[in-house]
Design a protein around this ligand. Structure first.
Ligand code: DGL
Length: 321
């Protein structure tokens, strides 16, 4: 297998389409660690200037803290949108739960987000997207519901040696949706699938450099190293928070793909369309506020949002039905 030329330029940009009918420009991260890598925004681009989010309330949820990586990208693109974020940490991890459990939680949380005036709902969780997004779209056909999925397509497009690794939860990897993604986009590439049981749960603790976390990352990286992949997909929204550990375990030459920025761009386009099409009497103003809700400990969520994203905002207990 070929390996990356370590003298290559630090950022390479490839154009990919993650959503049907749309071509999303996507910057793959460098083969050297930069401050930006540490900030988990390795695939980010300059936010779009056209729409600042005014008038849009974005509802989002994840099994827990992972969706904060998507929140960070959405906040950068939509500074004036209000964002309501639910961390279902009391029921995390989803990745080792049944589809029907994930569906029930996803329905419950989506319905809560709509009571908080969400105009769009971002399922900021690969696992919940795979298990539940089609049910949510059926139930709330009038609401744009945006899912996330592992960046297999950009990774295959970007890989030079046609060897790609996908790191995701067991539930995502066994889902029909993921199987279809592989069938449609893996092309001729050799794709190594690595289920990372227990990793999201460890990240939920909020300590990003614990020996246990390093051990898990090392364990899950070993098969990718053995397969000599040159590109690794972070197929769970929790994993960007340990991207630097993966970089260390996989080697700096391996490109890491995370789709948070592509999801934020898609949300921006959908949101802009929605706000532009409103009748004058439907007009509303937003102020760029973020509100957090947790089914576990709101103080833990607030603390993590402050330390991981530099976000200071109120966190509340998620009311259960
Ligand atoms: N953050 C989630 C994902 O993107 C799920 C992690 C979990 O709860 O297992 O898949």
């Amino acid at each position: 297998a070929r390996s990356f030329d370590s003298s290559a330029t630090s950022t390479q940009t490839v154009s990919v389409s993650l959503y049907p009918g749309e071509n999303i420009c996507f910057a793959a991260c460098s083969n050297r660690l930069t401050q930006q890598d540490h900030n988990m925004m390795s695939t980010s681009q300059a936010p779009s200037q056209s729409f600042n989010g005014d008038g849009l309330t974005v509802g989002m949820f994840d099994s827990g803290l992972g969706g904060l990586s998507v929140l960070s990208a959405i906040r950068a693109h939509l500074p004036l949108s209000d964002i309501v974020y639910v961390a279902d940490s009391g029921f995390a991890p989803y990745g080792e739960k049944s589809d029907s459990f994930i569906e029930d939680r996803s329905r419950f949380i989506t319905s809560f987000l709509l009571t908080r005036q969400a105009d769009v709902v971002v399922v900021a969780c690969n696992t919940a997207t795979a298990a539940a997004v089609h049910h949510l779209r059926q139930k709330w056909a009038h609401v744009p519901i945006i899912g996330v999925e592992p960046g297999v397509k950009p990774a295959v497009a970007h890989s030079r040696n046609r060897r790609v690794g996908v790191l995701a939860t067991p539930s995502t990897l066994r889902s029909k949706k993921f199987q279809a993604l592989i069938d449609n986009h893996a092309q001729d590439a050799y794709v190594v699938l690595q289920a990372c049981a227990g990793l999201a749960k460890e990240i939920e603790l909020g300590e990003l450099d614990s020996p246990r976390l390093r051990d898990l990352v090392e364990t899950f990286s070993a098969p990718l190293r053995a397969a000599e992949v040159d590109t690794a997909v972070l197929g769970c929204t929790h994993y960007p928070f340990v991207q630097n550990l993966f970089k260390q375990a996989l080697g700096n030459a391996v490109e890491i793909v995370d789709t948070a920025d592509a999801v934020a761009r898609h949300t921006t386009r959908i949101g802009e369309r929605l706000v532009t099409m409103r009748l004058p009497e439907q007009h509303k103003t937003t102020r760029g506020l973020t509100e957090l809700w947790s089914s576990a400990d709101p103080a833990h969520l607030a603390k993590v949002a402050r330390s991981w994203l530099g976000l200071d905002c109120p966190a509340h207990p998620l009311p259960e039905a």
